[in-house]
Design a protein around this ligand. Sequence first.
Ligand SMILES: Cc1cc2nc3c(=O)[nH]c(=O)nc-3n(C[C@H](O)[C@H](O)[C@H](O)COP(=O)(O)OP(=O)(O)OC[C@H]3O[C@@H](n4cnc5c(N)ncnc54)[C@H](O)[C@@H]3O)c2cc1C
Length: 260
Amino acid sequence: MHIVVCIKQVPDTAEVRIDPETNTLIREGVPSIINPFDENAIEAALQLQEEHGGKVTVITMGPPQAEEALRQALAMGCDEAILISDRACAGSDTLATSYILSQAIEKIGDYDLIICGKQAFDGDTGQVGPGIAEHLGVPQATYALDVEVEGGKMQVKRLLAGRFETVAMRLPALITADKHMNVPRHAGLRGVMQARKKEITTWSAADIGVEPEQCGLAGSPTTVVEIFPPQRSHTGERLEGEAREVARQLFAKLRENKVV
Ligand SMILES: Cc1cc2nc3c(=O)[nH]c(=O)nc-3n(C[C@H](O)[C@H](O)[C@H](O)COP(=O)(O)OP(=O)(O)OC[C@H]3O[C@@H](n4cnc5c(N)ncnc54)[C@H](O)[C@@H]3O)c2cc1C
């Protein structure tokens, strides 16, 4: 079974700062991590590989430093890694990103299953996985919690609002991993050492054969007009006095605000 996992390198969210002039993330000096949902995607792929054999290929589109994310995925146990890095891909929105990734997966060829994270921590749209499936014309199941593969088919348990849904689909297919799907393994020292020696394949836009007008800013119909942290105003009130009286006042306020 050949599983392709799409991962995105994202800024460590606790550290995100936004340039107010350009509306872009300030990435300089900000540590980057694998998008946390993508670690669940990697773990799901590795568990399926342990059960069914085959190989796991991890792929990302990003600047050269995205190689760090691929090395981490290799250290976790993935077999092969591909970096798509080309200035022509810079500024891609979800439509262009999913197009480029789908073309790269077409080039990989013999895949049975594609696993993405349910959403990326920075862009946060959750559109790239479904977009890839659409471009490739394969069935998809988002918010996956559990997967069972048998023969050329699989069953996916999905986590929806207040209920579970199980869908059956044929392979090849695409799923997006929910964080409750599993607990991602840590890359041990041995894995880290082995990952250092592994080769990472780098593809340019021309290597994949994508149409230039469908990539980067040219291929991106959406634009982020403004990005800002939500402004919240908080007010507080201090209740003072004897404990029983303070408790009575607090209860009255909670009831007034329909908390109790
Ligand atoms: C500050 C900021 C400014 C932006 N400005 C613009 C802009 O001006 N114009 C514009 O069109 N778009 C802009 N974007 C959107 C940006 O292009 C998206 O982040 C990108 O297309 C992926 O979408 P997403 O992060 O919502 O991924 P999601 O769809 O939430 O990701 C879901 C899954 O898809 C996979 N995935 C996503 N991206 C990749 C990748 N690169 N490589 C491999 N797998 C991937 C991962 O498995 C991930 O878990 C901006 C985003 C930010 C944060």
